[in-house]
Design a protein around this ligand. Structure first.
Ligand SMILES: [Zn+2]
Length: 295
């Protein structure tokens, strides 16, 4: 493969707002360094709820899909990223016992081969060296997040193969695939303890008490990207998704200065690599930078 002329990162996400809660500071950092960063949003978030009590009103519910598009536009601007919709329909988070069937036509029900096609086309067009997505459990058990993982892995492997999806453009093989690993117990514990040590009230005790240790993923972290100076942008982008986040909620409980002191990174697992890069790493582009002019 020829040396790339520019660093390009593709972040694949399930819904508008996921890009702002997973890897947002990393994206803002690479944008500031001159890389191109593209967010692929699989669904329109049509079946999301209104999670901000201040906006839980009938007129907001009526226009929710449109409002979420507008919120995404603001978040995209704040982070400085490009963004494209892959055009699938939100599956919603099934609740109840037994779980209800998934709604007809939703993203989670589209077969992987078909659902990955727009992403293969996007990879071939954008030519990213690095792709980020969720782990095989989706990071959290939303059917759209699991499907996002499935199509990302599928597209990562298919995009460079001229025999697969031949109608979707010239093959392009990304060099590295990462899974988000920032939502870990060690980070939560460190944040919780630091808040208590400062005499602050921590909202995390209940969260920690209910944490299932068997599902801990922290041992899988290979890559910690220092991005503390971009936490303000991350939070501003998340708050731009006003219907999806309560600005007084526990996401924002810990002062940013303290977060920077305790855990100034966003963390990832290097899931596939076609280049030489030794882990642990602190850079998603480690091993692909040679040949790319420093901005
Ligand atoms: Zn989501």
């Amino acid at each position: 493969m020829n040396a790339p002329d520019q660093l390009r990162l593709l972040a694949v996400h399930a819904h508008p707002d996921d890009e702002s809660s997973k890897g947002a500071a990393t994206m803002a950092k690479y944008v500031a360094e001159g890389a191109r960063v593209l967010v692929a949003t699989c669904t329109g978030g049509e079946r999301g709820s209104v999670l901000n009590p201040a906006l839980d009103r009938p007129e907001v519910w009526e226009r929710l899909p449109q409002i979420r598009t507008e919120e995404m536009a603001r978040a995209r601007e704040i982070l400085g990223v490009e963004q494209e919709w892959l055009g699938f329909v939100d599956s919603g988070l099934p609740e109840g016992d037994p779980l209800p069937p998934l709604p007809e036509g939703c993203f989670a029900l589209v077969p992987v081969e078909e659902a990955a096609a727009p992403l293969v086309a996007l990879i071939r067009r954008f030519k990213p060296q690095v792709v980020t997505t969720y782990d095989e459990r989706g990071g959290y058990p939303h059917p759209d997040h699991i499907k996002t993982h499935d199509i990302s892995v599928h597209a990562f492997e298919a995009a460079g193969d001229p025999d697969r999806y031949p109608e979707l453009g010239e093959p392009w093989q990304p060099s590295k695939l990462y899974f988000h690993m920032s939502f870990t117990k060690p980070r939560m514990v460190a944040t919780h303890e630091a808040m208590l040590a400062r005499g602050l009230e921590s909202p995390y005790a209940e969260w920690l008490a209910g944490w299932d240790d068997s599902k801990d993923i922290s041992h899988r972290v290979t890559t910690r990207v220092p991005c503390g100076e971009y936490f303000e942008l991350r939070d501003a982008a998340l708050i731009a998704h006003a219907t999806q986040v309560d600005p007084t909620g526990r996401w924002f409980a810990c002062p940013l200065e303290l977060q920077r002191e305790v855990w100034p990174t966003e963390d990832y697992e290097l899931a596939r690599s076609l280049v030489d890069s030794t882990v642990p790493e602190d850079d998603l582009f480690a091993g692909v930078r040679s040949g790319v002019p420093v901005p």
